[in-house]
Design a protein around this ligand. Structure first.
Ligand code: Y39
Ligand code: FE
Ligand code: FE
Ligand code: FE
Length: 230
């Protein structure tokens, strides 16, 4: 019932809402496009999993189209230039890892960090979304759990060989997520998404993923602490 009270306060047609949506919607569209590219690239690094990774990539393309429809539905033009810049650092780190065949780092960036970011953002968005976007996002978030699961399973199966690289990649990339969350705080708030809730959901999903892969509670706490420095 509280959700209902929150949603009715939002005016999806107001200029304030649409202005914030032009950036958040663009971030999501760009994120889905990059996720598509990342899974296609991962398929080339992991020929044994090529079929499954290609399937995941196609889901990301569908997500992108779904979110483009959400923007159209609200008559919002997504600010794609802003969104490209927004993903620049994670994009570059993924490309650098790819060039060195560092599959573990690529998986940490896309299948753990970006997927947990998506899971947190979409779960927080669903109760406050307009009805059209809510339906789309509910379908999308189910897929994101499958993507996260792919990364978890692969890294769990290669845990001992991956551990050091995962810790280094975590240290390099987790602070970037914090920066990204801070950058979007004001716009997210206009959409009734609180930064504190986003952080909480992200850390729960990310911590659970690290535990599933094989890290101890102490290791997870140390790895999580790198987010806090920026
Ligand atoms: O795997 C995926 O589909 C991920 C690309 C999508 C990431 C979406 C990032 C969402 C951040 C939104 C920030 C809103 C507060
Ligand atoms: Fe997606
Ligand atoms: Fe995904
Ligand atoms: Fe705040």
């Amino acid at each position: 019932m509280q959700q209902l009270a929150v949603s009715t306060e939002l005016n999806y047609e107001s200029e304030t809402y649409k202005d914030a949506y032009s950036r958040i919607n663009a971030i999501v569209i760009e994120g889905e496009q990059e996720a598509y590219d990342n899974y296609i690239n991962l398929a080339s690094l992991l020929p044994d999993d090529k079929e499954e990774l290609t399937k995941l990539a196609k889901m990301e393309k569908r997500h992108m189209k779904g979110f483009q429809a959400c923007g159209n539905n609200l008559k919002v033009t997504p600010d794609m230039e802003f969104a490209k810049e927004y993903f620049n650092q994670l994009h570059q780190n993924f490309q650098d890892a790819l060039a060195e065949d560092k599959v573990v780092t690529c998986l940490l960036i896309q299948s753990l960090i970006i997927e947990c970011f998506a899971i947190a953002a979409y779960n927080i968005y669903i109760p406050v979304a307009d009805p059209f976007a809510r339906k789309i996002t509910e379908g999308v978030v189910k897929d994101e759990y499958l993507h996260l699961n792919f990364g978890e399973e692969w890294l769990k199966a290669h845990f001992e060989d991956s551990k050091a690289e995962l810790q280094a990649a975590n240290r390099q990339n987790l602070p970037i997520v914090w920066k990204m969350l801070n950058q979007v705080e004001k716009d997210a708030k206009i959409l009734a998404m609180e930064k504190e809730s986003l952080i909480e959901d992200f850390m729960i999903a990310y911590g659970e993923a690290l535990a599933n892969i094989g890290f101890t509670t102490g290791e997870i706490m140390r790895m999580s602490a790198y987010g806090l420095v920026s």
